[in-house]
Design a protein around this ligand. Structure first.
Ligand code: UGY
Ligand code: MN
Length: 239
């Protein structure tokens, strides 16, 4: 059907909502038989880059340069001898030069951030995980809102990536306003996201960037849980 120029996507000073109908694909250097949908980058004001990489069979993405977080969305990807299936993930330190590859079509979320070292903490090493086996913590004691921290909380890591799962009707207890920025990929379900002074219906597949201090709130709607993958800068002094 003709969309007559309508989209739910929105670009505001302190946030960005990107829906699948506005995604633009382009290769990045080091990609073979793979393409990227760059959701956010310093060009939009973010201090990190997040993209979805879409692999064709036999596709690969070169690494090194920056630390990365890799989360498989569909199909299987390999990193050296390790194979990662949906909901499995890896943290790749900046000196990791093993390419990410896929023998069949696959999709993965990638987050890159220049590492900010601390004088008294060694940089983190390569790490693998499986979201489905990460213990859940109820947010603010709410059993209907589960947080799973995918990376260790210690100070060597300068960012966090969590999943948040909301039972239908569950909501953030407060409108958050904080110094950390967020990159958010809706993995399942949907609801209403408040960003700044806007309230958006959001659904699986949408991407959201929240700048530092962007007022934010989410309430889950529908009959199935809503779940998102969320990045935030963490463990570093703001100056
Ligand atoms: O970790 C967070 O700041 C998270 N509660 N924010 C959010 O879900 N928008
Ligand atoms: Mn937040």
């Amino acid at each position: 059907m003709q969309h007559l120029g309508y989209t739910r996507s929105s670009h505001q000073r302190d946030h960005l909502l990107l829906t699948g109908d506005t995604f633009v694909r382009a290769p990045l250097p080091g990609m073979e038989k793979a393409t990227a949908i760059v959701h956010v980058s310093p060009a939009a004001g973010a201090a990190f880059t997040q993209y979805t990489v879409e692999f064709e069979a036999g596709g690969s993405v070169a690494t090194a340069g920056h630390q990365r977080f890799l989360y498989v969305l569909e199909g299987e990807v390999t990193l050296g001898s390790r194979t990662l299936a949906p909901d499995q993930y890896a943290y790749l330190p900046a000196d990791c030069s093993t390419p990410i590859a896929a023998s069949a079509a696959a999709r993965a979320a990638v987050i890159e951030k220049p590492y900010r070292p601390l004088p008294d903490a060694a940089a983190p090493h390569l790490l693998f995980g499986d979201e489905r086996t990460v213990p859940a913590t109820p947010l603010d004691g709410d059993p209907d809102l589960e947080v799973r921290a995918l990376l260790p909380g210690h100070a060597a890591f300068d960012f966090a990536v969590n999943t948040m799962t909301y039972q239908p009707g569950a909501a953030l207890r407060m409108v958050e306003i904080h110094v950390m920025e967020h990159g958010l990929l809706m993995l399942a379900g949907g609801g209403i996201y408040r960003l700044g002074d806007h309230w958006y219906p959001v659904t699986a597949g949408d991407f959201i960037w929240m700048a530092p201090y962007c007022p934010q709130w989410f309430g889950a709607l529908g009959k199935t849980p809503a779940k998102y993958l969320i990045y935030k800068d963490w463990n570093r002094h703001p100056l």
